[in-house]
Design a protein. Structure first.
Lengths: 369, 303
């Protein structure tokens, strides 16, 4: 058993069809890489020459034993990606830890000394939740703001995204689809600050002059974030609608169902999980959206009053980090890390959920080609 | 089959010359079978049907009458246009955006390619069963009653109950009738609420036939209904088709010549290029075809 371990390791690194002698080159390349990292950690000044040595060894190896060196490089790339993400996560959680210890649950609920018992006692909306100079930290208003903005964004992106995806996959002609689908995908790539700026300048100004005197609000931020999520929702939703086997739709049409009945009773139910995954994915991105929200409502760190007042404004978890960290004291920074952890958990959960739902859909349609 | 008189007449007139001459012209062969009378009234009557997919001329000038209450088989090599032809009969080719169709198809003397033809009505009368079983990811019961529900013949669900128009009893009757007709009732009667995707391939295909029968069609089009099935399931489907021909007009596309010989009353042979080369009584096609090309195809020298 024991003597097989080196053999297995060798197989993993070199592959089972490796040439004799390749082990030496790969080993040297690996050692120089490790040496480079160590020099970088302890004597950064010499890291660059070491890197040059590693590159040179790799280049020589590429010429002599290309397959084995390429295999090593893919392994190195994967390991470094996984390690980077792992270290960032570990750093985030460990940085948030002191604030957790210091403030405890007060961070997530109501500031220390302001506890209210019983839910009938309306949350103390007038109290100060966030006041670094008095050491008052609560993330509750920002979490609530995030919830409101997200709900409004879903209300905007959900129906619009579904119908947009339906149009592209079922109604539009091939020619139209050729233009619309890439167009929608390009929209997803526009930097969010642009959306935020447009939202602030155009939408906010319009609402102020036409309807209300109130300025920046959850409503506008939610609408803008919803619009930002829309391309993702449409694009992923369209993918899942198109992946409904056309034989199934043909079956429905051939039985005398209209196109709309087919969409309603066959396409949407069959693609339902995919569409919900699309919405979750789009919103997951929107929740993590910083710049648009920060551009629209930078100020305010209090709970909406009343809680459902969408015309109120407050920083969300992301915009709090963006607007505060520049001027924050050390203890505030720690609290901001907690906000980061909360976001991490929310978005991570959403993305896992969306992947799970998508897998379920694949399972459901399996055997349907 | 029932048409022996006409059969012998043709044999006497033409036989030796055309079948033995390899250099015969298409027109001569065509002249032989186009004036042939089948038993029964023509249910579908196709005149000069042409189909293009973009620049590809997939079906060339096909004219043939399909007699009612019989099984008509369409055979030919892959890409010969037989499925294209079948899909023209209930206008499923309309769904292919590049398809261009020209010609006339009459159902009981009514032109189906009229601009104001009601497609829902047409497809209710001309049902279709596909090559691969394509049940909906719903319960067996919902699969069967799908058509009638969409046509508004059966009301079900919360709104219907609210309005006092719940047709659950009619639905149960319909489901039982259709499943019995498709010889599936005994196998699934105890699990009508189970998802149809859990059935075996052969059962799924019979479910699709039952689903098609539930809308009470007059014509049933089948596109290689048994090609994805094992021999036992195939035999069941074939028995079913022969049974259905008592009440319905059945048109079957098949790859298998043995299958065509077993189940059909008349056979149309399409050969490469989208031409209908010969159309006649099944026995005649398989025993004594007019065209040399058809004989070559049937005896395996071509295609």
């Amino acid at each position: 058993m024991l003597e097989r371990v080196p053999a297995t390791a060798r197989k993993t690194i070199l592959g089972d069809d490796s040439e004799d002698g390749s082990l030496l080159v790969v080993a040297i390349a690996g050692l120089t890489l490790v040496a480079t990292i160590l020099t970088f950690l302890f004597t950064p000044a010499y890291a660059l020459p070491m890197l040059a040595v590693f590159v040179a060894v790799t280049a020589v190896g590429w010429v002599t034993y290309q397959a084995e060196i390429a295999r090593l490089l893919t392994l190195v790339a994967t390991v470094s990606t996984v390690l980077t993400v792992g270290f960032i996560t570990a750093f985030l959680f460990s940085s948030a830890f002191p604030a957790f210890v210091e403030h405890g649950l007060g961070l997530l609920i109501i500031p220390e000394g302001q506890w209210f018992f019983g839910l009938d006692a309306v949350l103390p909306v007038d109290e100060s939740y966030w006041n670094p100079s008095n050491d008052v930290y609560s993330l509750l208003p920002m979490m609530w703001a995030t919830v409101i903005v997200t709900v409004i964004a879903i209300a905007v992106a959900g129906p619009l995204g579904l119908f947009g995806a339906l149009f592209i996959s079922e109604v539009a002609s091939d020619r139209m689809r050729e233009f619309i689908k890439p167009g929608v995908e390009i929209l997803a790539g526009i930097p969010s600050i642009v959306y935020g700026f447009i939202g602030f300048q155009v939408l906010n100004g319009f609402i102020q002059t036409s309807f209300l005197d109130e300025g920046a609000s959850f409503l506008i931020a939610g609408i803008v974030v919803g619009i930002m999520a829309l391309p993702t929702v449409v694009s992923v939703g369209e993918d899942s609608l198109s992946s409904v086997p056309s034989s199934m739709k043909d079956g429905s049409v051939a039985i005398g169902a209209t196109q709309w009945q087919t969409m309603k009773s066959i396409s949407i139910p069959a693609a339902f999980s995919g569409i919900s995954a699309a919405i979750i994915l789009g919103i997951g991105r929107a929740v993590g959206e910083t710049m648009a929200v920060a551009a629209i409502m930078a100020a305010g760190v209090g709970l909406a009053n009343p809680l459902f007042d969408v015309f109120d404004a407050s920083a969300t978890l992301t915009s709090l980090i963006a607007t505060q960290y520049g001027s924050a004291s050390e203890s505030t920074i720690d609290v901001l890390f907690v906000a980061g952890v909360i976001l991490f958990v929310i978005v991570g959960t959403m993305s896992v959920a969306s992947q799970y739902i998508e897998q379920q859909m694949k399972k459901k349609l399996k055997g349907q080609q | 089959m029932s048409n022996t008189a006409a059969d012998t007449e043709i044999d006497m007139d033409t036989d030796t010359e055309t079948t033995t001459t390899t250099g015969e012209s298409q027109e001569e062969v065509k002249a032989e079978w186009t004036d042939y009378d089948f038993a029964g009234q023509p249910k579908l009557s196709v005149e000069n049907l042409n189909v293009w997919y973009g620049d590809d001329h997939a079906l060339k000038d096909v004219s043939m009458d399909i007699p009612e209450e019989s099984v008509t088989a369409l055979i030919g090599p892959s890409g010969c246009g037989k499925s294209t032809y079948l899909r023209c009969l209930n206008r499923m080719n309309d769904r292919i955006k590049v398809a261009n169709i020209d010609g006339s198809v009459e159902l009981d003397g009514m032109e189906i390619y009229d601009t104001n033809t009601n497609l829902v009505e047409l497809r209710k009368r001309v049902g279709m069963v596909f090559q691969a079983p394509n049940p909906f990811p719903k319960s067996i019961r919902d699969n069967i009653s799908y058509g009638p529900r969409k046509h508004g013949d059966i009301n079900k669900g919360f709104l219907a109950r609210l309005l006092g128009q719940d047709d659950s009893d009619e639905e149960a009757e319909l489901v039982e009738r259709a499943l019995k007709q498709a010889a599936l009732w005994d196998e699934v009667s105890d699990r009508l609420d189970a998802n149809a995707l859990g059935l075996s391939g052969g059962q799924q295909q019979r479910l699709c036939i039952a689903r098609c029968l539930a809308t009470d069609p007059e014509v049933i089009l089948m596109d290689e209904p048994a090609s994805a099935l094992d021999p036992i399931a195939t035999a069941k489907i074939e028995d079913l088709i022969e049974d259905l021909a008592k009440d319905y007009t059945v048109v079957v596309v098949t790859h298998s010549m043995q299958q065509a010989a077993r189940i059909s009353d008349q056979t149309a042979v399409f050969l490469t290029g989208g031409e209908l080369v010969e159309y006649d009584d099944t026995d005649k096609i398989f025993e004594n075809p007019e065209s040399q090309r058809v004989e070559d195809y049937i005896t395996g020298k071509f295609g």
